[in-house]
Structures are given as C-alpha cells and as structure tokens.
Design a protein around this ligand. Structure first.
Ligand code: MCN
Ligand code: CUN
Length: 788
C-alpha cells in the first residue's frame, strides 16, 4: 500500500491553527473560567505611596464586611516564613509589605471573601497608617550619596541603591581603538533612553489555588509562561513536596514576558487556600497589571562608536544605567544580570567592544526585561541601529550604504563577536537588499530630496538587526539555577494517531499547530492526526517554558528529535515485518520501503499498529519517545526593516507611510503563524516608538495606570505591514529553525525613530527619545523653525 498523501505534512505549509477552532467559538479555557465548589476570592490592598513606613494595619472593619472571611497581612505571612520570596534575579521581594512600602501599588494585605465584590469592599475597609518617606524615581539620583537607602533589608550586602555593576568585553583594547579614532578617524557619541513600558497582555495575571489538606495536594491554575519552573519555585519557597504540586497553565491570553515572574498575588492565594481550606481565586484588574507586574526596558544608555573616516566601524563602547525598581525581579539567565544585552554589536563586524551596566533601585514597580525583548535584545538592537544611523548622518553617508559596508559577511559564519557570542548563520546583505528592492529605495531617496526642496518632511529609516534566541545551552544559561533545556514526549497510538506533550507553554503563539507540524513532517503524518498538549506539570515533560523566543529553537528541536526516535523504532519494526535488514530500508514521507522494491513497504500507521499487535520479540512493545534537548548554541535570527514616514509640520504627527519587514528565522515551520507573529511583533515595536510609556511623577505616582493613559496601538494607529523573508537555516538546529516571536519587536522601534530623525537630519536633528508623540516632535519642529 502506498502511503496516503496528506496535505500539510511538510514544513513550510500554511496550515490553519488548530487551537483557533475553540478560540473563535469563545471556548478557550482561561484561569478566570475555572470555577470550583466553595471557591473564595482574593483582592489586594495596595499602597497609595511610592515610599512609606507602615505604622499599623487595622483589619477590624474589613472583617465586619459581609462575606469577608480573612485578611492576611505581611505579619501573618512572616509568621509562616512567607513574607518574602526570592525573585528570578536572586533578590528577595516582599510578598506583602511588613514595615515599609517601596512603590505605588505594592501589595500590603490580602482580603479573602465569598465573592469578588465582598473582597473589594473588604479592601476598601482595611485601614493602613502610612508615614511617607522621600521618594526616588530618577535612577541617577538613586546613586547620589544623599539618596535615601531604599533597601535597608539588604544593607549588609548592598550598602547603596546600586544593585550591581556588570561589564564585559576588552576595555583596554576598546579604549585604545577609541584613542586611535580620536586622532585618525571619527568618534560619535549619543545618549539614548529606552523608556519603561509594559507588556499589557489582554488577559491580566491571576490564579486559582486549591490546597487539599486530606491529600496534601496543591493544584494551582496559573497564568504562567513557565509552569514547571514555577512549580519548582513553589516547592522551594513554600516547602511543599514538589510531586504534590500541580501547576496548570490553561489557555493564556497573551504573555509577552509579563507572565514569567511569580507575583505576590499567587503566593497570597496559595497561603489563603492553605489557611481557609478552600480554593481561592485571585485575578488582578487592568490597573494592577500595569502598575505592579513585570515592566520592561528602562535603560539609560550612553553609546559611542569609533570608526575610520570612511565609516568602517572598529569599536563600540556602551555605558548603561538600568532602573530595576524596588526589587530586582528581572527574569534572565543567572550569569547575565543584563540579559543578552551584549549582543549590541549587532550585525556589524566590530573588532573591539566594551559594555557595562549599573543597575539601581528606585521607588517604582519591580520587574524588567519582559515584553517581547529576548532578554534585553530590544535595548541592544535599538542602540546599535540608532548609532549606525547617527554615524551615517554625521559622515554624510547613506545609512543603507554604511550598513552594507560594515555587515558581517555571509562567509564569516559561524562568527565570533567581539563580545563573545558565536553567531550561527546569517546573510545580512541579502535581507537588506531584498527590503531595498521591495520599497525601491533609490526612488524613495529621490522623492525625499524633491520633498525637502519643497519644505516637506519625509524620512526613511532602516533597521538591520540581529536577534539572539533559544537559550541554553544549560551549562551557560539557567533560570534560578534550573538549566535551560526543553523537552517533548511523543506517543503514537495503535491507529497511528499521536499525542505529544511539550515542556513549553503557548500564550497565543500557536504551538498546538506548529509543534504538530514538526512531528507530522518527521513521521509523514497529517498534523490533523497529532494533538499537542502542554501546561500541565502532572503530564507534560519538564521544560523551562516559553519566553525569549526559545520554544522553536529548543522545544522544537526536542520535538523533532523525539519524533526521530519514534521513526528509528518504527524502522526496526518495518525491517522485522518486511524480513529485511534495517540497512535495506528507505524512508519516504510516512513510509519505509525496501530499496529497489518500492511496492514493498509499511506505512507509519501500519508500523504503529504492529508496535502494539505484532511487535518484534526483541523490542519493547509500544511506540513512544521522549527527548530532553540541551541546545549547543543559541540561534541568531535577523531582519532588515525599512520605514517611510511623513511628518506634518502643523501638528508634529508622524505618519508611517510604508513599513517593509524582511525577516529571516531560518526554516519556517508555518508561514501563516510566522506572519501572524511578525504582524503582532511589529505592532508591539510601533508601540514604544510612538505611544507607550510607563511614566511616573516626582512623587512616584504612576501617570499611565490604565488604557486611557497608557496608549497601546489599535487597528487605527497601526500601518499596513508589508512582509517578506529570506531563509538562512540554523546549522545546529535539527530542522534549521530559529525563533521569530520577538524579532519584529526587537527590530521595529529603531526603524521608526531612524525614519523620523532622517526626516529632520538636514536641519541638524540628531536624536529624539521615544515615544515620538506629536507634542515631542512638534517641539523639535518649533525649535528648528519648521512649524507651519
Ligand atoms: N515558528 C515557525 N517557524 C519558525 C519559527 C517559529 O513556524 N522558524 C512558529 C513557532 O513554532 C511558534 C511561533 O512561530 O508557533 C513562535 O515561535 P518562537 O519564535 O519559537 O517563539 P515562542 O513560541 O517561544 O514564543 C515566545 C515569543 C515571546 S518571548 C513573546 S514575548 C511573545 C511572542 O512569542 N509573546 C506572545 N509572541 C506572542 N504571540 C502571542 N500571540 N502572544 C504572546 O503572548
Ligand atoms: Cu522578553 S518577553 Mo518573551 O521573552 O516572554
């Protein structure tokens, strides 16, 4: 029997997302859909002050509110040794503040009630007596000797507000290169601020904690991007046996990095369930999500490039001040406190580089790194792409030309960067030339010159970024000590249908589809016949979760290799059934056949059936395999983006006329899913460039604590994205795939800022910090006498 030919059983097919069948019917199951008998509801008393001592907490009125069952304070948690929890950056964070609050919206008490409304009424009735303290919001002032010490709890180890100083690269060689360029070449310098922003997923964070005293089993439904890692941390923090903790991350309505950390609300819900013996649900509201959960960016950067007079770059020097807020709760590999920021030499062949980062505490919410950032790659990529444009403008060179002359050449891969990364593969010139051709770059420059002559403002911005995603290897990368590998288990049932379980956790990225496609391609099945499960720690193999675009590079590799193990076993069964040696067999999609006798063969379905019904005596029955994959290197996706803007001189409005995005993520599993990721990611790159900023006033009040003030782009603001791709496979990944989820957010902001500065470069504008609001742009126009 010849194998049945299924559509979509090869990689690169635009197969429709399997999960959408339930989502478009409104049948997704999110944490807030979980309803348990006798369930109680939690709500949090939060600090109105950015910095204050807690003199007293009076819960007596709250306990009188009808429906209120309990009020848990920091002192109560202290008694159970739960008032503090470790962050993912080895700091200790208050679960509920005991004697002082360090940022507005900090958790102070947890009210448990029979309804969500009663819990809110209880929160309003808790009386907290605060004594306000001086507030530090500016990270530069946090380092001043007269600044109040924000973290007296750790003054033994850390006597100032500085959390760490971290540096990498060859400082002496870099300084020497700069000295040389000062006399014989050019040195450019620029301050750049990458503002604090928020991932703001549509579903806020929340959980349902259900502790059963009789069995000692704790089940937590959690909005989690990393259920296994969270289970381990629960076990370590709460001292509960790990096999009696079950974390279930059901459908997640967007994560974008916001759902990587463990939040006080989760711990409070668990503590409340243990205390009351009832399941407890806690779901935060929008303002709580924006004001208290993991923020992103907040990097104050000073960057310098040393180049020769022709614009050949030689050295990069970067000093950064990182504002981590009240607790250092950034999620990143332990060895790298500033994440993968030192990918900042970008796509260019720098001979020398030196980077340092000083991180400080301020009276702002903790977090850091999250929001489609690949561990600080957004900041790195923004700085190098802004600097390359600045260098081009200073030298009077075309920014595309300057990039082309400085790119790492395709034949230089694997390429060792000055900051010690080994780039796996790339063709930067190929991507940029394709983007230039797609927009007719020369014609655009021509048009710009004509418009300029008429006094109209038009700009062209380029970003040719290099990403770095897919951590491990585990010996260099870990989260809270757990090595960054990932996993997949493939079970082929007797009838040839497959159930696969993976260690990563989708939040909208379409893993149920693309991981099914990987298995389908390896086994020659239809993805319809492969179901993918994840997110339940009782059933899924241990994995580190989905963030930093690591799912495809790491769990995707595990999935391909687990499927190959299955295929290897199927081959043994085929040899037995066909009475030939394994070496006499050949594989075509979905079928082993005898070399030279193609009619004599067995399909994967027949072999699966035989594994359970007629298994060779020398093999274990059944057909399943597990793979735990520790990657040998990261993958380095890249892209070339070109943005064209027109600026209205009357209003300062920036209009994005065109945006061409050429992405390269190696082998594409599903072009439709990748396209969706790119569109979403570009929109989340547009966001910080033009709209979003999580600003604070001098007293530490959040100025954008809701979606009226915190502007996320809607369909109205979003331009028509034009996309294209090149394909440069990763040489070390089993199917050649690199990650793509974060690339567009990493690559887009600087294309937009570069375009706006390009429109104004002829009048001497060198830089404008994001977000490029009409007011900010208009002020620049006014200063330059360009307002009409
Ligand atoms: N893919 C593919 N071919 C490739 C690469 C990826 O078909 N060569 C597919 C993948 O198989 C997967 C999707 O594209 O279905 C994204 O894959 P990948 O780049 O591996 O990223 P992850 O799955 O690890 O997702 C994480 C990444 C991150 S870190 C953030 S933040 C982000 C993002 O994905 N959050 C998202 N995209 C998001 N999309 C949605 N809808 N919701 C989020 O919260
Ligand atoms: Cu950096 S946001 Mo994603 O890694 O979850």
């Amino acid at each position: 029997m010849a194998s049945e030919v299924h559509a979509h059983h090869r990689l690169g097919e635009p197969y429709k997302r399997k999960e959408d069948a339930r989502f478009i019917r409104g049948q997704g199951q999110y944490v807030d859909d979980v309803q348990l008998p006798g369930m109680l509801y939690g709500d949090i008393v939060r600090s109105p002050y950015a910095h204050a001592l807690i003199k007293s907490i009076d819960s007596s009125e709250a306990l009188k509110v009808s429906g209120v069952v309990a009020v848990i304070t920091g002192k109560d948690l202290e008694a159970a040794n739960l008032a503090w929890m470790p962050t993912l950056s080895a700091d200790m964070e208050a679960v509920l503040a005991v004697d002082r609050v360090l940022y507005q919206m900090q958790e102070v008490a947890f009210v448990v009630a029979t309804s969500r409304y009663a819990a809110a009424d209880g929160v309003a009735a808790v009386d907290v007596d605060y004594e306000p303290l001086p507030v530090v919001v500016d990270p530069k002032k946090a380092l001043a000797p007269e600044a109040p010490l924000l973290r007296p709890d750790k003054k033994e180890k850390q006597p100032t507000n500085q959390i760490y100083h971290w540096e990498t690269g060859d400082e002496d060689a870099t300084n020497a290169a700069f000295a040389e360029a000062e006399s014989n070449g050019v040195v450019i310098r620029q301050d750049l601020y990458v503002p604090r922003i928020h991932p703001a997923p549509i579903e806020t964070c929340g959980c349902v904690a259900d502790y059963r005293k009789a069995t000692g089993k704790l089940t937590v439904w959690l909005t989690s991007q990393a259920p296994h890692a969270h289970r381990t941390l629960f076990a370590l923090v709460a001292g509960l046996p790990e096999h009696r903790i079950r974390v279930i991350s059901p459908d997640v309505g967007g994560g974008f990095g916001n759902k990587v950390p463990i939040y006080p609300g989760y711990v409070c819900a668990v503590a409340a369930s243990v205390t009351t013996g009832k399941p407890v649900k806690w779901i935060e509201d929008r303002s709580e999500n924006i004001g208290s959960t993991g923020f992103a960016r907040d990097y104050h950067i000073h960057a310098e490039i040393a180049a020769d007079k022709d614009g050949m770059v030689n050295a990069l020097r970067v000093h950064t001040l990182a504002d981590h807020g009240a607790f250092d709760a950034a999620a990143q590999p332990t060895k790298f406190p500033a994440g993968l920021f030192h990918i900042c030499t970008g796509s260019y062949d720098f001979k020398h580089a030196f980077v340092d980062v000083d991180a400080v505490h301020t009276n702002k919410a903790p977090g850091g790194i999250a929001y489609r950032c690949s561990f600080r790659v957004t900041e790195a990529s923004y700085l190098i792409e802004r600097m390359m444009d600045t260098l081009a403008h200073d030298l009077g060179k075309d920014p595309a030309q300057l990039r082309l002359q400085n790119f790492i050449k395709p034949e230089a891969f694997p390429y060792r960067s000055a900051l010690n990364w080994t780039f796996d593969s790339g063709n930067y010139e190929g991507a940029l030339r394709l983007a230039m051709k797609n927009v007719d770059y020369e014609a655009l420059r021509q048009e710009q010159a004509e418009k300029r002559a008429r006094g109209e403002l038009m700009g062209i911005g380029i970003s040719t970024f290099t990403e770095i995603v897919g951590a491990g290897p585990g010996k260099h990368f870990d989260i809270a000590g757990i090595q960054m590998f990932d996993s997949c288990e493939v079970r082929v049932h007797p009838t040839g249908k497959v159930l696969a379980r993976i260690g990563v956790q989708t939040q909208g990225q379409g893993h149920e589809t693309t991981f099914a496609q990987i298995i389908a391609a390896e086994l020659g099945l239809s993805p319809d016949d492969v179901d993918v499960e994840h997110g339940d720690t009782d059933t899924a193999p241990y994995g580190l979760g989905t963030y930093a675009s690591r799912s495809t590079p790491v769990a995707g590799a595990a999935t391909a290799l687990a499927a190959r193990k299955v295929r290897e076993k199927a081959k043994k069964i085929a040899a037995y059934l066909l009475e030939v040696g394994e070496e006499d067999l050949e594989w075509e999609l979905g079928r082993f056949f005898v070399k030279g006798a193609p009619a004599k063969g067995k399909t994967i379905q027949e072999l699966a059936f035989a594994a359970y019904t007629n298994c060779p005596p020398f093999l274990e029955p059944g057909l399943e395999a597990v793979n735990y994959y520790d990657p040998p290197n990261l993958t380095y996706p890249f892209g070339a983006y070109i943005c064209v803007v027109d600026i209205d001189c009357g209003t300062g409005m920036v209009h994005i006329r065109r945006f061409m995005a050429v992405d390269d993520c190696g082998t594409v599993i599903n072009p439709m899913v990748v396209e969706g990721q790119v569109h979403g990611g570009l929109t989340q790159g547009l966001a910080p460039a033009m709209y979003e900023e999580l600003a604070y006033d001098a007293d530490g009040n959040i100025l954008a604590g809701n979606f009226q003030d915190y502007l996320i782009p809607t369909a109205m603001e979003t331009p028509l994205w034009e996309t294209d791709r090149t394909i440069t496979p990763s040489p070390h990944h089993p199917i050649g795939a690199k990650g793509v989820g974060e690339s567009p957010t990493v690559g887009a902001p600087q294309a937009i800022v570069n375009a706006v500065v390009d429109a104004l470069a002829h009048v001497g504008v060198r830089h404008i910090d994001m977000p490029l609001t009409p007011w900010k742009v208009w002020k620049v126009l006014e200063e330059k006498g360009l307002t009409s």
